[in-house]
Ligand binder design. Structure first.
Ligand SMILES: C[S@@+](CC[C@H](N)C(=O)[O-])C[C@H]1O[C@@H](n2cnc3c(N)ncnc32)[C@H](O)[C@@H]1O
Length: 221
């Protein structure tokens, strides 16, 4: 990770520890020459900077623009709302009284010089997934951590990972004492149970699975 971009990632608001960000950056460097990556859960772009840094490096090395799509409605997850643990009043739209992380995301990506590589898709993950048709070299799921969003993100996105591509999942906690269950029970375990993915790396709560059977678009069991 180039040191200037690491500084930008450190400065951005968000929920991506540095060692897990370094893993995201490394797997993106490996996979982006094969096609686009997609992140579910942009927030203010912290993880997007790790992914976008890799896209910028791959572009310089190959001469073909590498991109990371990042999907978020920018209204925050349940745990980001007022009164919850991860609320940040500085990203509330004063007129609407709703969370709005899009402006902060745009500033962070512009400051980092990554606007050509990190492409925001603003909307509900389920609505975007319903129209998505593009094979993914890397899918990073870090969206809503409740049961329904986790179920929806697995059902809507995981089958778009191409053969050999990676499915990275954040906040996977096998021990309930460490954190919430949905990413573990409703994304990580079903991905392994489908027989299409094999775990290849883990750092902190970040798990990386590789698609070892089937191809993008094939339904998962
Ligand atoms: C844990 S945060 C993402 C953190 C980010 N990856 C980082 O590095 O800081 C989860 C994000 O998912 C978004 N989100 C939650 N449910 C969503 C849904 N159904 N559709 C789109 N975005 C959603 C929230 O708005 C929030 O910004």
């Amino acid at each position: 990770m180039p040191s200037d971009l690491l500084e930008h990632a450190r400065d951005a608001k968000g929920f991506m520890p540095e060692d897990e960000g370094a893993l995201l950056h490394r797997i993106a460097l490996e996979r982006l020459p094969h096609g686009p990556a997609l992140e579910v859960g942009t927030y203010c772009g912290k993880s997007g900077i790790y992914l976008g840094a890799a896209a910028q490096q791959v572009t310089a090395a190959t001469g073909t623009t590498a991109v990371v799509f990042t999907v978020d409605h920018h209204r925050g997850s349940e745990e980001n709302q007022a009164g919850w643990e991860h609320h940040d009043a500085s990203v509330v739209d004063p007129e609407l009284g709703l969370m709005d992380t899009l402006g902060e995301f745009r500033r962070n990506i512009a400051r980092a010089g990554l606007e050509d590589h990190v492409i925001a898709i603003v909307g509900q993950s389920t609505s975007v997934a319903a129209h998505w048709r593009t094979p993914l070299s890397l899918l990073f799921i870090d969206g809503g951590h409740g049961e329904q969003p986790a179920r929806d993100d697995f059902a809507g996105w995981a089958h778009w990972v191409d053969a050999g591509g990676y499915l990275a999942i954040h906040d996977v906690f096998p021990d309930p004492a460490d954190g919430g269950r949905p990413p573990y029970e409703l994304i990580y375990l079903p991905a392994l149970a489908s027989g299409a993915f094999t775990e290849v790396e883990a750092v902190g709560s970040l798990r990386v699975l590789q698609r070892t059977s089937g191809a993008a678009g094939d339904p998962l069991a």
